[in-house]
Design a protein around this ligand. Structure first.
Ligand SMILES: Nc1nc2c(c(=O)[nH]1)N[C@H]1C(S)=C(S)[C@@H](COP(=O)(O)OP(=O)(O)OC[C@H]3O[C@@H](n4cnc5c(=O)[nH]c(N)nc54)[C@H](O)[C@@H]3O)O[C@H]1N2
Ligand SMILES: Nc1nc2c(c(=O)[nH]1)N[C@H]1C(S)=C(S)[C@@H](COP(=O)(O)OP(=O)(O)OC[C@H]3O[C@@H](n4cnc5c(=O)[nH]c(N)nc54)[C@H](O)[C@@H]3O)O[C@H]1N2
Ligand code: SF4
Ligand SMILES: [Mo]
Length: 750
């Protein structure tokens, strides 16, 4: 994640700070991949095992560590860790497995996959992989799929940053990187980094505030950052796009925008102005529930205290108006003159010395006819091949490559459409599903649909460290290595030009293997060893690093961070990578796809009296990354149960108190959860934490280790009323529900 380091690259590129050592202890410079921010940390090794993970000795990475990183050696040494390839021997989900060799597993997998492809076409094979880096597959999965002919790749990046990248490209051709180190004003749309959540971003925000930068927070809840903000706007959940339209109304009306930039470098300003005029502050105050004067104050602060940043936020990635909200962030940045300037949001391009994962993916080899079959691209195309196609020549013109797959989010299939096809609901069969480092069942909307989709598969292959609910439904569960046990070249997913190495600290236990080795084995077993020609992961990194003049060994021993050349206002030389070459306030790409080219706010469906409360899923748990780590006793002791946050007023009204168990119900599903009363919550809105299951509970179909009882995805709808029109991603910030008290705690409650 690039947005966390100084943009003054000369200060950070180059030789690394050697880790302090102690007698009998070896150290390695590594990147923690327990979550997706990848802190630079030091591992300490005794007798071939990592005994400690600690903060880096390099001052620029100071204090970038959290309890999850510190607990990693214990988490990966846990007795539940998967050690050998397992093959299903009973019914799907019966929990009956036999151990097999990697060779037998991979030759059977390849044979069965080929049978499905021969019968139903390569598009009958779908793959899901983890968010960013927990189990990065270096683009190799995409590469094999592209060679074999399947466009049906999905990932959590569809609702976290990948989709933001795809939508940002529509406005100014690249997804920018916030220059925290030099900015004068930070605007957090919900995004709430904390001491144990994305610590490097948290530290950057605190440092910026310490040197006087302003902080504006928009959050229905009085979050940790809201408590430290200059302005906090407690907007109604799901109304971020309306709020941005209100800000623009103030900024345009009051002439607070950058007139020269708008004049020279944008198209569609007049049309935007007309659209924005439909959202006077009084109307926006009504939609968002915020005080109109505070809205004006915040808009003025953003426009006049710049350069300012609106750092990426997942909150607007998960809304009914996601495309408009993300576009509105891009438009605010643009009209205020904060694009590609120091202290604003920089457009960086891939590192020219390093072969990007995007290039490894080889999107050019997938035939157009197969691209056209990508699931969801007919109805919700924004981040599919079709949605991004008109940008290709312009991306090539400015960034040197036609297929710039930033954050791996620019050429994805739509997850809901993919699950529908897997469930047999058309438009064509999808019968083989591979998932690597992704607890698929819990990690998208509409878990009942995902369950049906998985039960309808002929072949499910899961590459995992633990027997997750998703793995419990597989034909093969293959044991994955961890970030302590492999080297890693982190290329910032094309968000910035930053590249960082992570050294291998220890050998993987048992027969655990990397995703590199999985894909290499699969290509070979399918008779296509040529697709992954590198012998080892180090050879692969040598190849990718050739342009630096260093081998992997040299690079990882000498560098902690490596940037490409920095150039602000590159557009003055090349134009923007959009069809017009300008910043498209009115999007020709969206227009070409048949959507409204201007941002808008689409209101909630009419209220349903049966479901009078609103819920959102989120506020990450300090102790866990997404659906993981519930098996680690030290972390679990801090947070043993999933908690529903509710305001004291709503708790009274519902007749519930802290510690009660309640059922949360809506038309999608229901879960059991324990009440936690919080005066930081607004009335009428409840929070459901993401990703709960209990590894100690009974495995297999019908149980799935408590996932059926507790996972938020049971409550997340994905019917059209709850999908963003352009992308087809689900609205997770404002879902109707009702709660009722349970007479007794559910099975497994501690
Ligand atoms: N319903 C719902 N869906 C969501 C969200 C939500 O709030 N609600 N949040 C979204 C967000 S923000 C994100 S980032 C995504 C997260 O999506 P993912 O990043 O895919 O996270 P998880 O689904 O928790 O899956 C991570 C899995 O990878 C395994 N793992 C970890 N490291 C490795 C490794 O090195 N190798 C292998 N093979 N496996 C590994 C872990 O054991 C865990 O089971 O989910 C998104 N989906
Ligand atoms: N410990 C830990 N840290 C993590 C993770 C983890 O699993 N565990 N996951 C990482 C990942 S992948 C991600 S994406 C980030 C997510 O982390 P954040 O970006 O911080 O997102 P959340 O914590 O889900 O929610 C942040 C805030 O959004 C507010 N909110 C809810 N609905 C709305 C809305 O409609 N509009 C606005 N403006 N605000 C709203 C909530 O009240 C909450 O305070 O965390 C990362 N950090
Ligand atoms: S925030 Fe914590 S879990 Fe995430 S990379 Fe840093 S140390 Fe690891
Ligand atoms: Mo995320």
């Amino acid at each position: 994640m690039p947005s966390v380091y100084s943009i003054d690259q000369s200060a950070v590129t180059g030789k690394r700070t050697p880790a302090a050592t102690r007698p009998g202890v070896e150290t390695r410079n590594t990147l923690c991949a327990t979550c997706d921010i990848s802190c630079n940390v030091v591992t300490e090794i005794k007798q071939g095992r990592v005994v400690r993970v600690r903060s880096s000795d390099n001052p620029i990475f100071k204090d970038n560590i959290c309890m999850k990183g510190i607990m990693a050696p214990k988490a990966f040494a846990h007795p539940d860790r998967l050690m050998r390839p397992l093959k299903r021997v009973g019914e799907r989900g019966s929990g009956r497995w036999e151990e097999v060799s990697w060779e037998d597993a991979m030759s059977d997998i390849a044979r069965r996959l080929q049978t499905i492809i021969d019968r139903d076409g390569p598009e009958a094979w779908a793959v899901s992989t983890s968010q960013w880096n927990t189990a990065t597959d270096h683009g190799l999965g995409r590469r094999i799929m592209n060679h074999v002919g399947s466009p049906n790749w999905i990932s959590g990046v569809a609702l976290c940053a990948g989709n933001t990248a795809a939508i940002n490209r529509m406005t100014y051709g690249w997804f920018p990187w916030a220059d925290f180190a030099n900015t004068n004003c930070i605007v957090l749309f919900g995004h709430n980094p904390r001491r144990n959540s994305w610590v490097p971003v948290y530290n950057q925000i605190r440092r910026a505030q310490a040197r006087g930068a302003k902080l504006i927070v928009l959050d229905p809840r009085k979050s940790e950052n809201a408590g430290r903000a200059d302005i906090w706007l407690p907007l109604r959940a799901g109304t971020d796009a309306a709020m941005c339209l209100g800000w623009l109304n103030v900024i345009l009306e009051e002439g607070l925008y950058d007139k020269a930039f708008v004049e020279n470098w944008t198209i569609g300003f007049d049309e935007l102005r007309a659209r924005v005029a439909e959202y006077p502050v009084e109307r926006v105050a009504e939609i968002t529930g915020c005080d109109p004067d505070m809205i004006r104050k915040a808009a003025r602060l953003y426009a006049t205290s710049g350069p300012a940043v609106i750092p990426w936020t997942p909150i607007t990635d998960m809304q009914r108006n996601s495309t408009s909200a993300i576009r509105l962030h891009s438009i605010l940045r643009s009209v205020c003159g904060y694009v590609d300037v120091p202290g604003g949001e920089a457009l960086q391009g891939f590192n020219p010395d390093v072969v990007s994962e995007s290039e490894i993916e080889a999107h050019e080899v997938l035939p157009e006819a197969q691209k056209a079959k990508q699931l969801g691209s007919d109805t919700h195309p924004a981040f599919t091949y079709r949605g991004q196609a008109s940008l290709r020549p312009h991306t090539k013109r400015v960034w040197g490559t036609e297929y710039a797959n930033q954050i791996t989010g620019c050429f994805m299939a739509n997850p809901s459409a993919t699950f529908r096809a897997m469930a047999g609901e058309g438009p064509y069969p999808v019968k083989a599903f591979f998932t690597l480092g992704n607890n698929t069942l819990l990690s998208f909307a509409n878990m009942p649909l995902i369950l049906k989709a998985m039960m309808n598969q002929e072949l499910i292959v899961v590459h995992e460290q633990f027997m997750t609910p998703t793995a419990q439904l597989a034909d093969y569960v293959l044991p994955g290595d961890s970030w302590l046990e492999r080297p890693w070249l982190h290329d910032a997913f094309g968000w910035s030009s930053m590249v960082r190495p992570s050294e291998k600290s220890m050998e993987p236990p048992g027969e655990c293997e990397s995703t590199f080795s999985f894909w290499k084995r699969l290509a070979a077993a399918m008779g296509r060893a040529d697709i992954v020609p590198w012998k080892t992961i180090e050879d692969f990194y040598d190849y990718r690093l050739e342009g630096t003049g260093m081998t992997w060994d040299e690079f990882s021993k000498s560098h902690e961070i490596y940037f490409g050349p920095l150039e602000f206002r590159k557009y003055e030389r090349t134009g923007f990578a959009t069809p017009s070459g300008k910043v498209e306030l009115k999007s020709s790409v969206l227009e070409g796809l048949g959507f409204d080219p201007l941002p808008y706010f689409r209101d909630d469906p009419p209220p349903n009296p049966e479901f009078p409360l609103m819920m959102f899923t989120g506020v990450r748990e300090d102790e866990y990354f997404q659906t993981g780590q519930r098996h680690v006793p030290e972390l679990r002791a801090r947070k043993p149960e999933p908690n529903l946050f509710v305001s004291p007023g709503t708790a009274d009204e519902q007749g519930i108190t802290a510690g009660d168990w309640v059922e949360v119900v809506n038309p999608t599903g229901k879960i059991a959860i324990q009440v936690a009363v919080r005066d930081t919550m607004p009335d009428g809105l409840v929070r459901i934490p993401h990703g709960w299951w209990k590894p100690e509970m009974k495995q297999g179909a019908g149980h799935l280790s408590g996932a059926l009882a507790h996972a938020d995805a049971q409550l997340c709808p994905d019917d059209e009323d709850f999908l963003d029109r352009e992308q087809g991603i689900p609205h997770l910030k404002g879902i109707p529900c009702r709660i009722s008290k349970l007479e007794a705690p559910p099975e497994g409650a501690q």
